[in-house]
Design a protein around this ligand. Sequence first.
Ligand code: 2AM
Length: 182
Amino acid sequence: MIRTFVGIPLPGAVVRDLTAAQAGLPAGRAVAPENFHLTLAFIGEHPEPVIEDLHLALDRITGAGFQVSLAGAGLFGNKRPRVLYAGVRSGPELGRLREKVVQAARGAEIPLARERYTPHVTLARLNSGLSPEDAAELRDFAARRAGFSTAPFRIEGFALFRSTLGRNGAIYEALAKYPLDK
Ligand code: 2AM
């Protein structure tokens, strides 16, 4: 079984901005710079032949590259925050690309969870045992990052990532890359 997701790697300048935005994080585990990405769809665990079918379907996706920027910060999980994230500012192209990825997964007979897609980049993950004090500090921290933004950058492609869960967090490895504008 391979645990995978489809995501967009980020340019170096954006990674540097995200790393700067993590400074002073009061609680939780900061995402390592090499792990920053914008998830298009979490695929989950599947046997290798299924992932091979997914790869072929992803490889058939066409479309033009497009611009996005990152802006703002927030927490997923109100009372029990689980993720601190940077927001994404984009036109309709990002949602359309996500839809193509969802269709590719369906074509490979991978049923995806029917959840609302909220584009974001995870800055830190928070343990379920977070104290109310730490949660309050994190809310303050996110509020202070409300003005966070990056310069616009171009999405030139996306990738299929393998996620290997380990003791020190997940390791992500790009299994295949899919350029847009091809
Ligand atoms: P994230 O985008 O908020 O960071 C690999 O696990 C990637 O898929 C992570 O980036 C993760 O969250 C995203 N993801 C989305 N839904 C997930 C789920 N149900 N379980 C694990 N990861 C998920």
